[in-house]
Design a protein around this ligand. Structure first.
Ligand code: ATP
Ligand code: MG
Length: 422
């Protein structure tokens, strides 16, 4: 079978030469009984390779047992792998077969093999060389016919140097080494993997898939992905759930990537943030500013009613009377705008009418009241317009429109009726 068919069968995404080479070697070595050691950084996709080896071997109808050596406590690992006799240790009330006995005629996948304690390494070397093992607490030598495929993300040479891993075992395990390339060495596969993951998550979470702007693709392909495919998958999942705007730009993507690894990214020229604001952000900004101004006005009215002058708060007075209305300044709103405590994501909760801060006022001062009612009305117009656009964009699918607006479908339904939207 060629590399393409194998990748399809096992859901391995990617077209890079190094990946194809790894897949081809796995299928070529499969019919032999040679031990295979899968090497590669964390998250590169090592775990599928032992299955490929098993599937194309003459053992394919025999058992396949995967053991995570790093997850089994040192005290029990010998017994897990090689079994024990009744009474071998406190709590051994029954005798038990180990994985090497269970896997007779099949394949054992020893994942994180570098984590094996030295005493277990001795037992493993023996079973690899002679097929012999002894259950814990027994003196009877037994035979098993198991093919071993191991994997690790640890640098063996340093583990051997530090005396943590037996050199003879290393050579016995790596009769055929298979190197899985890191994601940064497969730049052309990164966008492909992203598209696969976002499609999967869109089905899982019933949301439209994400897409990337050209500059986001550039960031995606130049980021070094220290956590490899696992990190890419997690990042895609986080954005799939958290981002209302389904078109991801480079700034949004960057906000999900740890800063410590960004140095390889191309330096982007500073752009005028105002010009990059999209329509929705501008509308939100206008709404936020209007709310702020309205709250300030409320405070003034309240002070007047109480007989205290607004000059008791000089800052408030300046904001209201000495500066142009904030809503005209069109400052950007974004996840990185730390000066603005209200994030875009908060807007959904806020545009709801039941929010007391935008309810009708009981002010006695006519001029203030008129002004405020006007603001409420213009706020409602903006809200209506936002809803209309979200509905149009999602071809009247309320679920997605609500998602984009950050409000519940029920609230959206109520608003549609309230504003008489079709
Ligand atoms: N080529 C690929 N196509 C699609 N998904 C992949 C591919 N390679 C890996 N994945 C996914 O990436 C994640 C990490 O892969 P995997 O668990 O095999 O990493 P690993 O190399 O064993 O890492 P570690 O050394 O940390 O255990 C898994 O969810 C896996 O399904
Ligand atoms: Mg793994």
């Amino acid at each position: 079978m060629d590399a393409l068919s194998i990748k399809r069968r096992f859901g391995i995404i990617g077209t890079s030469h190094a990946l194809d080479r790894a897949v081809t070697v796995a299928s070529q070595v499969a019919p032999t009984d040679l031990s295979v050691l899968v090497l590669g950084e964390s998250g590169v996709g090592k775990e599928v390779m032992p299955r490929v080896v098993h599937h194309f071997s003459k053992r394919k109808h025999g058992p396949f047992i995967a053991v995570n050596c790093g997850a089994i406590p040192e005290g029990t690992i010998d017994s897990e792998l090689f079994g024990h006799e009744k009474g071998a240790f406190t709590g051994a009330t029954e005798s038990r077969k180990g994985y090497f006995e269970e896997a007779n005629g099949g394949t054992i996948f020893l994942d994180e093999v570098a984590e094996l304690p030295l005493t277990t390494q001795v037992r493993l070397l023996r079973v690899l060389e002679t097929g012999e093992f002894i259950r814990v607490g027994s003196s009877k030598v037994q035979k098993t016919d198991v093919r071993v495929v191991a994997a690790t993300n640890v640098d063996f040479s340093s583990a051997i140097q530090r005396g943590r891993f037996r050199e003879d075992l290393y050579y016995r395990l790596s009769q055929v080494p298979i190197e899985m390339p890191p994601l940064r060495a497969r730049a052309s596969d990164i966008h492909l993997l992203f598209r696969k993951f976002t499609t999967d998550f869109s089905e899982q979470y019933q949301m439209p898939p994400l897409s990337l702007s050209p500059d986001a693709v550039e960031v995606l392909e130049n980021y070094p992905w220290p956590g490899n495919i696992r990190q890419l998958k997690n990042t895609t999942e986080q954005m799939s759930i958290l981002e209302i705007e389904r078109r991801i730009d480079s700034d949004t993507l960057l906000s999900y990537l740890p800063e410590s690894h960004r140095s390889r990214l191309p330096i982007r020229e500073a752009v005028d943030s105002e010009s990059t604001m999209n329509e929705r952000e501008i509308l939100y900004k206008v709404l936020f500013d209007m709310r702020r101004e309205m709250q300030d006005l409320k405070q003034v009215v309240h002070d007047l009613m109480q007989g205290t002058s607004h000059q008791s708060d000089p800052d408030l007075a300046r904001r209201l009377f000495e500066q142009p209305p904030a809503s005209l300044k069109g400052l950007p709103v974004g996840r990185n705008d730390e000066s603005d405590p209200v994030s875009v994501a908060d807007a959904g909760g806020w545009v709801r009418q039941e929010d007391p801060s935008i309810g009708p006022m009981k002010a006695t001062n006519d001029a203030e009241e008129v002004e405020e009612i006007e603001e409420v009305l213009s706020l409602q117009d903006s809200e209506k317009e936002l809803i209309r656009r979200a509905l149009a964009k999602h071809r009247n699918r309320r679920k997605y429109a609500a998602l984009e607006l950050g409000i519940s479908e029920r609230t959206l339904y109520r608003k549609i009726k309230e504003y008489g939207l079709k």
